[in-house]
Design a protein. Structure first.
Length: 257
C-alpha cells in the first residue's frame, strides 16, 4: 500500500468521524475535496461520494438493528420512495450541465451548514414513535422518501438534512429513532443511485474503495464520540466552516468547467 492510498484512507476516516459525530452524510465534506483536491468533475465527485456513503450507512445500521432504534414502518415507507427517487436523480445528473449542478449543490450544502448552526443536536421529542402511522403520514413519508432519493442521486449526499427534521419534529420520533431510521434508509437509497451512476460511468471505483475503507471505521469512532461529548458548540463552528465550503462550491469553478 503506497502513501497515496494511505492518505485517501485517512481522508475517508475523517469523513466517517464527521458523519458519525454530527449525524450528517460525509458527502458535505467529501465532495468539495473530490472537486478541488482530487480534481474530479462535479458528476464524478457526486457519484463517487454516493458510492462511499452506502458502506458507511451499512456499518452504522448494523449496530442500530440490534439496539432496536430503527422505526421499521417508517424505514419501509421512506425507502419505497427513495429507491425510485435515487435512480431517477442519478439519471437526471448526467443531463445537468456541470456549472448548474455545482451551483445547485452549493445551495444545498449551505442549507446543511445552516441546519448545523441553528438546529440543536440534542433536541428530541418526548414520547417518541407511537407504533402506528396514519394513511396521511404514510403518504408524506413516501413522497419525502422520493424527494430524498432524487436529492441523493443527483448530488451524492445522504439526505439526512431532509429526513431528520421530518422525523424529529414532524412525526415526534426521538433523536435515537431519527438517527437510526435515517441512516438505515440511506443504505437502499445509495445502492439504487450507485447502480445508476455505475451505468453512467461516473464512479471512480478504486478511489471509492479506499475512501470506504476509512469511512466505515471512522463512522464507528464518530458515533462513539457523539455519545460522550456535548457537541453543540463544535457543531456550530463546523457549520460556519461548511458555510465557507458552500460558498467555495458556489463561486469557484472546477477545472472541468
Amino acid at each position: 500500500m503506497n502513501k497515496k492510498n494511505l492518505g485517501v484512507i485517512g481522508f475517508g476516516l475523517a469523513v466517517g468521524i464527521f458523519g458519525g459525530m454530527f449525524v450528517l452524510g460525509g458527502g458535505v465534506i467529501m465532495i468539495p475535496v473530490l472537486l478541488y483536491v482530487f480534481k474530479k468533475d462535479i458528476h464524478a465527485a457526486a457519484a463517487t461520494s454516493l458510492a462511499v456513503i452506502g458502506p458507511m450507512a451499512v456499518s452504522g445500521t448494523i449496530g442500530n438493528i440490534f439496539s432496536g432504534t430503527i422505526v421499521w414502518p417508517a424505514f419501509f415507507l421512506l425507502s419505497a420512495g427513495s429507491i425510485a427517487g435515487a435512480y431517477f436523480g442519478a439519471h437526471m445528473s448526467k443531463n445537468v450541465p456541470r456549472d448548474v449542478l455545482r451551483k445547485m449543490l452549493g445551495v444545498f450544502v449551505l442549507l446543511i451548514a445552516l441546519s448545523m448552526i441553528f438546529v440543536p443536536s440534542r433536541a428530541q421529542a418526548v414520547s417518541g414513535f407511537s407504533g402506528s402511522i396514519s394513511l396521511l403520514a404514510g403518504l408524506v413519508m413516501f413522497f419525502s422518501g422520493l424527494a430524498v432519493g432524487v436529492f441523493s442521486g443527483l448530488f451524492g449526499l445522504g439526505g439526512g438534512v431532509i429526513m431528520n427534521p421530518l422525523m424529529l419534529f414532524g412525526f415526534g420520533f426521538t433523536a435515537h429513532q431519527t438517527v437510526a431510521t435515517s441512516l438505515a434508509v440511506i443504505v437502499p437509497t445509495s445502492l439504487s443511485g450507485t447502480v445508476k451512476q455505475l451505468r453512467n460511468g461516473h464512479i471512480d471505483l478504486k478511489l471509492a474503495g479506499w475512501l470506504s475503507a476509512g469511512a466505515c471505521a471512522g463512522s464507528f469512532a464518530g458515533a462513539k464520540l457523539k455519545d460522550q461529548i456535548n457537541n453543540n458548540d463544535l457543531k456550530v463552528l463546523l457549520g460556519l466552516a461548511v458555510s465557507l465550503v458552500a460558498l467555495t462550491i458556489l463561486l469557484k469553478r472546477s477545472k472541468h468547467e
